[in-house]
Design a protein around this ligand. Structure first.
Ligand code: ADP
Ligand code: MG
Length: 345
């Protein structure tokens, strides 16, 4: 999985590097990946595994042109594309979160090297029930911006309002504020405490955010929301699949009934079939709850599928923003053009 966390242009760069090394040094490469599309350009042969068995072993061109196994066919078909027909997106409501002139800097490594402006003055608006995708190449500042806005990370300056009221800085947050926005991260297994059972992982936010609530009932409701059976409550994270673990992380985010979710690459580590199920889950939550989403992703096809609007970040600045379809069909900024080109190939 050497390219899992990377955007499409970087991914091509890394794969080209591996390819060059292979040719120059006569290396053999065994590439393990959950993403068929990303190995298509470099693998001579592909083995598809499922439930511990090889279901297909074929030269790359043959595998894509005429896949034998149903599972391979499903994997190829499930990959979101920039021209996949779009479902109707839910109605959006009133302005919810407004961020103005957000700035975050970090010291550059080394003595006297000054500071790096990771987020360099960004404005961002999200309405209730709206989903906004924050896309950009790796290192463009997406995660830093997302964390600054929801007060999970540092923020040097700028203001955030929630329904017109000031949203306090990290140190001044109350529990009522914390309840409003909950995060879901990329690596489901790493983001869950390995020693805790599913029940305790989901219950933990309740201790602080809803101590009066009926714990068992709220946990059961969150499990139903993410379509996990209650038998799983006594399991440890290591015994869950990636998709199940991500559902637990989503249940933990939902249990205190937030109004908005911050998704930071929440499907990037999952294979396309599981990712598609998680996307469906987010779509349902949006429809049923009017949840707002701030979805950080390097995947434009996913952004288009899930989000009303797309904002493109480059070197800490929003360089392009608009309706998801418009940004993808007529990208104006070179970074957006690069991302579109890379996702279309
Ligand atoms: P993205 O999520 O778009 O890949 P990040 O927000 O993680 O980008 O990073 C933006 C920039 O800020 C990068 O140059 C990164 O190296 C730098 N950065 C992020 N977090 C820190 C940190 N804690 N200390 C120093 N530099 C950081
Ligand atoms: Mg990031």
């Amino acid at each position: 999985e050497p390219t899992t966390a990377l955007d499409a242009s970087l991914r091509q760069g890394i794969m080209a590097l591996i390819d060059d090394l292979r040719r120059e040094q006569g290396l053999a490469v065994l590439l393990v990946s959950h993403d068929l599309a990303s190995v298509r350009g470099s693998a001579d042969r592909i083995i598809v595994m499922r439930h511990g068995e090889m279901v297909e072993d074929a030269p790359t061109a043959r595998l894509f042109a005429a896949p034998n196994a149903t599972y391979t066919r499903d994997l190829i078909a499930a990959a979101p594309r920039l021209d996949t027909p779009l479902p109707e997106k839910p109605e959006v409501g009133q302005p919810l979160l407004e961020a103005r002139d957000i700035r975050v800097s970090f010291p550059r490594p080394g003595w006297g090297k000054g500071r790096l402006a990771a987020v360099d003055g960004v404005n961002l608006d999200i309405r209730s029930g709206e989903s906004l995708a924050l896309v950009g190449e790796s290192g463009s500042g997406k995660s830093t911006l997302g964390r600054a806005i929801v007060r999970l990370g540092p923020c040097d300056s700028g203001t955030v309002t929630w329904e017109g009221q000031a949203f306090p800085s990290r140190s001044a947050m109350t529990l009522a504020h914390r309840k409003l926005i909950q995060p879901v991260f990329q690596d489901p297994v790493a983001s869950l405490d390995p020693r805790w059972r599913v029940r305790d992982i989901i219950a933990e936010p309740l201790q602080h955010l809803d101590p009066q609530g009926n714990r068992e009932a709220l946990i059961a409701e969150a499990m139903a929301d993410v379509e996990l059976p209650s038998e799983m409550l006594d399991r440890l994270p290591r015994s869950l699949s990636g998709g199940q673990a991500q559902r637990v992380a989503i249940a933990r985010a939902l249990v205190a009934k937030p109004k908005m979710l911050l998704l930071d690459e929440a499907t990037s580590a999952l294979d396309v079939l599981i990712a598609a199920q998680i996307v469906e889950l987010f779509q349902r939550l949006q429809r049923e709850r009017g949840l707002s989403l701030l979805a950080i992703t390097h995947d434009l096809a996913l952004a288009r599928l899930l989000c009303h609007r797309i904002a493109v970040l480059d070197k800490g600045l929003i360089v392009e923003e608009g309706k998801a379809e418009d940004v993808i069909t007529s990208p104006a900024h070179p970074v957006t053009q690069r991302l579109v080109k890379a996702s279309a190939s």
